[in-house]
Design a protein around this ligand. Structure first.
Ligand SMILES: [Fe+2]
Ligand SMILES: [Fe+2]
Length: 271
């Protein structure tokens, strides 16, 4: 199937069946569409994005409603990753062999995000809720128009959002495991492990594209305002996960030590 058609099915289909659309292989016979843009991906009413700040529960995850809110938020990020990766497949070039290989990597990651979404949304069903029962924050999507190049995409998606997700997924795996909710904990473990490979995908290409710059400099130059490296980590910084993702040591330490005024990034919740 043509890569652009595959991605359009996901973005322009309004229900979850379209969002989880699968195809075995993508092809690159037709040109990419660099000017393709969408204010929002198509979505049925129940799953529409909103600018409402969903409060991520501070705890009390033994209460089913709080657990459902957490799962709704996790699933929201997965679905947004699916849609943003679909945009990447449409707008970035695939003329060279390297560009096509990069898109194959994104395609594979997109399928993982669909799997993650499914796991979280089924878990919501298990406990009597449905994805979209709580507001679905659009913050990630709002970054998409700023990501004009694959390096900006990797800086934001892989080295910032997905890198932070390593810390969050690991943290909440422990939280749910302690509560005795093995099912939710196991989902977070799957997500954590897959995300390592997604961060690695970004790291590999950023390394290739940075030429004589160091990764930290190149990363910062590629991060559009108002995002900062403060968004690339959770409360507990997992150095080991980042080493597994093949980020270089200097980069890991720079992210770890990074502090800013936390204007944009001061969050109690994971949005
Ligand atoms: Fe994911
Ligand atoms: Fe991911």
């Amino acid at each position: 199937m043509e890569v652009v058609d595959f991605a359009k099915e996901i973005l322009l289909g309004s229900n979850l069946k379209s969002k989880l659309f699968d195809c075995e292989k993508i092809e690159f016979n037709q040109a990419c569409l660099p000017d393709f843009s969408l204010e929002y991906p198509e979505r049925d009413k129940k799953i529409k994005l909103s600018d409402k700040q969903m409060k991520f529960p501070k705890g009390h995850f033994h209460i089913e409603e709080k657990k459902a809110q957490a799962l709704n938020s996790f699933a929201n990020h997965e679905l947004l990753a699916v849609e943003m990766m679909a945009m990447a497949l449409i707008i970035y070039p695939h003329e060279t062999e390297e560009q096509r290989r990069f898109k194959q990597g994104i395609f594979k990651a997109l399928k993982d995000e669909q799997k993650h979404f499914n796991l979280y949304s089924k878990r919501m069903n298990d406990i009597g809720y449905e994805f979209g029962d709580f507001p679905l924050n659009d913050f990630f999507w709002k970054q998409m128009p700023k990501l004009k190049t694959p390096e900006q995409f990797c800086a934001v998606m892989s080295l910032t959002f997905e890198a932070a997700n390593l810390d969050f997924a690991h943290f909440y795996e422990k939280v749910f495991r302690q509560l005795g909710d093995e099912k939710t904990a196991n989902i977070l473990k799957v997500v954590y492990e897959d995300e390592i490979s997604h961060v690695q995908l970004g790291a590999r290409y950023m390394d290739r594209w940075k030429q004589d710059k160091d990764l930290w400099t190149y990363y910062n130059e590629s991060l559009p305002w108002p995002l900062t490296p403060a968004r690339a980590k959770g409360k507990l910084f997992l150095e080991e996960a980042r080493r597994k993702a093949k980020l270089d040591e200097e980069f890991i330490q720079k992210v770890k030590g990074y502090k800013d005024e936390f204007k944009v990034t001061n969050r109690r919740d994971w949005k």
